[in-house]
Write a new protein. Structure first.
Length: 293
């Protein structure tokens, strides 16, 4: 994976501004078929903050993430984006709002090249309309060239530029993850929603991902859903912990790590108990060192 991004040579002015985006989710409740998936959950992602969302299997993390993406409509609660309430948030509105997301899988289009996949994510910045593109007028050609340049820059930022002309399904899974992240970053979002970005990565790739996420927080806010506790503790400024659809803890990595309710929730999870317990008990020093470095 690429080295942490810099602002040198960028063509988009957004990178020169400090992040200002703020996401508030207050009192979120969701039920499926009468079964409660989330009950009165709240979190706030502050400008330039990496906010982690963790919890054992079945805690409700994916449901809350899907509420933030507009994939699930809450039965109760409010979503406020930069001071304005979003009453009917839909996935199709995310790009216009300045929000980008990645999913647990890569979600790349097989019929398109890597570069074309990333260009899809840049449509927020397209100037030519549909009819212009349809009839290939000069404005459309210029627009396509500009979006292509943005997509190439996003791939280069993640050391994936060499794969631009390749079909994504011919690439190793970690490279596909980079392409999916490039497609999110090419829209130049104010808020990046990351759903388990470290899945399928080696330890070294995970460390590079952590460095990248920390660097991205200089230009955007990040909401991170992740199972790897060492990554979460190292990169996050604030963490919200869910268990069985309820919020059981919130605070800094050190505060969450020391909360008995968090330890109890993870010790009760049959999957990866040893790894999660070890991470929760040993990553405090590493987390502090990582954020300082």
């Amino acid at each position: 994976m690429a080295q942490p991004p810099t602002t040198a040579g960028r063509s988009t002015p957004h990178h020169d501004r400090p992040p200002t985006a703020r996401l508030e989710m207050t009192g979120i409740s969701v039920a499926f078929g009468g079964v409660s998936a989330l009950s009165d959950v709240s979190l706030t992602v502050e400008p330039g903050q990496v906010h982690g969302l963790i919890g054992p299997n079945g805690a409700g993390k994916t449901t809350l993430f899907n509420v933030a993406c507009g994939l699930v409509r809450p039965d109760a609660g409010r979503i406020v984006w930069n001071g304005a309430e979003l009453r009917r948030l839909r996935p199709s509105r995310l790009a216009r709002l300045g929000i980008a997301r990645t999913l647990q899988g890569v979600g790349l289009f097989r019929g398109l090249t890597v570069l074309e996949n990333v260009m899809v994510g840049a449509h927020r910045h397209a100037r030519a309309g549909f009819l212009s593109a349809l009839f290939a007028v000069p404005t459309s050609d210029r627009d396509e060239a500009r979006l292509r340049a943005r997509a190439e820059a996003a791939l280069d930022e993640l050391d994936a530029g060499a794969y631009a002309g390749r079909p994504p399904d011919a690439l190793p899974y970690p490279v596909q993850k980079r392409v999916a992240l490039a497609r999110a970053l090419v829209s130049d979002p104010d808020l990046l929603l990351l759903d388990e970005p470290a899945s399928g990565l080696s330890e070294e790739e995970m460390r590079e991902l952590g460095d990248l996420i920390r660097a991205l927080s200089a230009r955007m806010s990040v909401l991170l859903v992740e199972h790897h506790m060492d990554l979460v503790m190292r990169v996050c400024d604030q963490i919200t912990v869910l268990d069985s659809g309820r919020q059981i803890a919130a605070g800094t990595p050190a505060q969450v790590q020391a909360d008995p309710a968090v330890t109890e929730a993870y010790l009760g999870d049959e999957v990866d108990v040893a790894a999660d317990a070890a991470a929760l008990s040993t990553s405090g020093t590493a987390a502090a060192d990582g954020r300082e470095g």
